[in-house]
Design a protein around this ligand. Structure first.
Ligand code: SAH
Length: 265
């Protein structure tokens, strides 16, 4: 379940009544999330969006457009995306598009989520174990990708700098009922040292370079994927692998993400 990470709150903030002790206990005794759990716990929408078919069709379209890791597609198929978007946009929830989530931010496009998770699944530790291990996500937004990550990782820490979105993601993720997930209200440019090292680090916002502290918090055998903005404001996906010998950086395709910003609001 969700762990409201108190250390990251601004001075004077108190523990929210939204996170009762019962939920904390569930964090200490995590249960493996099985695909389909999320959908099973989602309340019915009344628009036919809560059916497995509608999610399956999205995944079929992604598969038809590009080859993807079957485990990644299964994870996407298990998350009821309509529960992460505002009511007015709910009919577009299963289109392969990004959508506004408030505060000038967007929910990631499913094909981009799938592509980034495909790449993470090819990291050395993920190839050896078959899962993403300990994961850090920078940019929780509405919590959609964090929910997908819970199917692929063993422990997921997701960090958001906008209080309103952190609250929204907390509510969304409480509704779908996830295990081994920690949400942090904090500046992801600093990573999240308390749970480091991470086998997988994924950024959902684009900075001028990969922050040094993310590299330091990456486990040996771990893989990081992040958009990075370069010449003429062009963004590309950058992958960094950490090996015994050091770091190896590769650049991939052009992408379009919201900016990575420092500080809390
Ligand atoms: N992961 C989301 C996408 C969110 S959009 C999804 O599943 O759809 C990217 C998010 O990154 C925004 O919510 C933005 O506020 C957040 N962000 C930008 N800079 C950040 C920072 N330094 N620390 C944490 N979050 C940040």
């Amino acid at each position: 379940m969700i762990d409201d990470h108190r250390d990251e709150k601004p001075a004077g903030a108190t523990r929210s009544a939204k996170f009762p002790l019962r939920l904390e206990r569930m964090v200490r005794a995590p249960k493996k999330l099985v695909a389909g759990d999320l959908a099973g716990r989602a309340p019915a929408s009344g628009l036919g969006l809560d059916s497995e078919d509608v999610r399956r069709r999205l995944v079929d379209r992604l598969r038809a457009a590009n080859p993807h890791d079957a485990r990644v597609l299964q994870a996407l198929a298990s998350v009821p995306r309509h529960l992460f978007v505002d009511a007015a946009l709910v009919t577009q929830a299963y289109e392969d598009t990004s959508l506004p989530i408030g505060h000038g931010q967007t929910i990631s496009k499913p094909s981009v989520v799938a592509r980034m998770l495909d790449v993470l699944m090819q990291g050395a530790n993920a190839r050896r174990t078959g899962h993403l291990g300990r994961v850090l996500e920078i940019g929780t937004g509405c919590g959609y990708q964090a929910a997908v990550l819970c199917s692929l990782g063993r422990q997921v820490v997701s960090i958001e700098r906008i209080r309103g979105l952190y609250d929204k993601a907390s509510a969304n993720l409480a509704a779908v009922g996830l295990q081994h997930l920690r949400l942090v209200y904090g500046d992801g440019m600093l990573g999240h040292p308390p749970n480091a090292p991470y086998d997988s680090i994924i950024a959902a916002a684009c900075g001028a370079e990969v922050p040094e502290c993310w590299l330091a918090q990456l486990a040996v055998g771990g893989r990081l994927i992040s958009p990075v903005v370069g010449h003429a404001k062009r963004q590309t996906l950058v992958v960094v692998d950490r090996t015994d010998a050091g770091y190896q950086r590769t650049e991939h395709e052009a992408v379009q993400f919201v900016p990575l910003k420092s500080g809390l609001i």
